[in-house]
Design a protein around this ligand. Sequence first.
Ligand code: HEM
Ligand code: HEM
Length: 490
Amino acid sequence: MTEPPPVPPEELRPASISTKLSPQDIDVPGRKPVALSFATALVWLLIGSFFGDVASLKFQYPDWLTGSTAWTFGNVRSAHLNAMAYGWASLAMIGVSLWLVPRLIHTPLRLRRLALTGIAIWNVGLVVGVGSILLGHSDGVEWLEMNRRYADPLFVLGGGCIGISVIATLLHFRSEHLYVSIWYIASAFLWFPILFVLGNLPVFRGSEHAAVNWFYAHNVLGFWLTPICIGAVYYFIPKVLGRPIYSYGLSLLGFWSLAFFYSLNGMHHLIGGPLPTWMITTSIVASMMMIIPVAAVAVNHHMTMVGRFGALRYSPTLRFVVVGAIAYTAVSVQGSFTAFTEVNRVTHFTHWTIAHSHVGLYAFVTMVMFGSMYYIVPRLTGGEWPSGRLISIHFWLAIGGIAAYVIALSIGGVQQGLAMLDPKQPFQASAEAARPWLVVRTVAGFMLTAAHGVFVAHVVLAYRRKGQPGSVSWHRPRPIEISLAGKGRP
Ligand code: HEM
Ligand code: HEM
């Protein structure tokens, strides 16, 4: 048996993981499922952006597209949410997980055909589900709008196939130690199916149903989107910098306190709703306790970066992932603040909540996914990114767009809420207060859509130039290699 080839510097692993196979031996067998997840995720990103733009424009042109029931605001908004959450974000995260799990436990992906089939079925579920919303067959339950009878069985089947492939891979782990990213990713694959089935059980009625609905909807954020993205951040920051994570103890604290406190948070979506006070109060206390996992993760990531911020100039992966990590802290602090009864009274029925949603789902989840793709796609194509300029344009459009989106809706939301609570003002005044900020949101939405167009075009270009060296100043290998080898650049 020949010795495996030496590991090149940019492939340095977190220090705690031992290796017998080369990274290429591990990556190659799983390429197809990862590529299919990414390709379809990007298609859903474009579709979701289109629905988001249409929904946003309807605030400026309420009479636009009113001739057909398919294009009412309610339908388009739900189509946007589902295309983005279960299409873009989930498929991107599935792709990242199918790539990361084998890397982290040092064994190739198992049951690859099953994973491929699962991804295809998941996509059929999305087409049926989003179609069912537009055709007026929505279940009318937030975050579970896609039709329970037609679409949901496809998600269970497709997700089941993908999950079995991930579990089969996990069962073959060869490393001496389970790195923290694995805890997060593996637990997300355990939690999400339980939540999805529970959230869809047709046995709850009235306010009981509202409680189960928000238990599901909150935990899909906390136990599906969040752990996979935190797992990715825990992988990519040490990987690109070539140094181990700052503290193993803090990563343990962050993981277990997330598992404990996040599950109790759900009822903060129903503050003021018709539920027992103890349920709401527990969720508010748990929202405050979220400071523990959030601070643990933030300190750990920050301390790993300390002294190496210069690498942000050279690594697109690091840039997007670090922005995402900072946004995780921001959305969580904002969330704990929003859970205070006095704050929630002002913000609940306003655009503030939409701003918070997009700090979470865009600035955190989407940016981490972009960063992860910047790392993984060249390893799928065997070539570099063709253009440093396109990466820059993507980054700045995304940053500018999301900053404008969030700032505008946060200010507009508070003004709207204060006007709504003022008995001297008619309801119309609250809509007027938010109006200019909604125009800014539409402009921001178009910036984000342009960013997505640039990114998708760049990925297509990278695939077409498979195996060829790129002209990327971003990925100029020297500075990264120097910093990875721990010799030169800080
Ligand atoms: C400490 C962590 C967090 C806390 C305490 C928190 C708190 C809250 C609260 C109180 C609301 C309800 C606002 C209302 O309806 O009045 C909310 C909504 C929301 N949060 Fe968070 N949040 C946290 C983290 C996150 C993260 C990490 C994400 C994204 C990954 C996220 C995404 C959302 C979304 C999408 C909604 C809107 C749900 C809807 O109405 O459809 N949050 N959050
Ligand atoms: C092109 C960029 C985007 C635009 C223009 C956009 C626009 C919108 C609009 C207009 C709404 C409805 C707001 C309302 O009900 O008043 C919305 C809601 C929502 N969007 Fe986006 N969005 C974009 C990107 C994303 C992304 C990438 C995600 C997820 C990965 C996402 C997730 C959501 C969610 C979960 C909601 C529901 C929020 C809530 O109920 O609190 N959006 N978006």
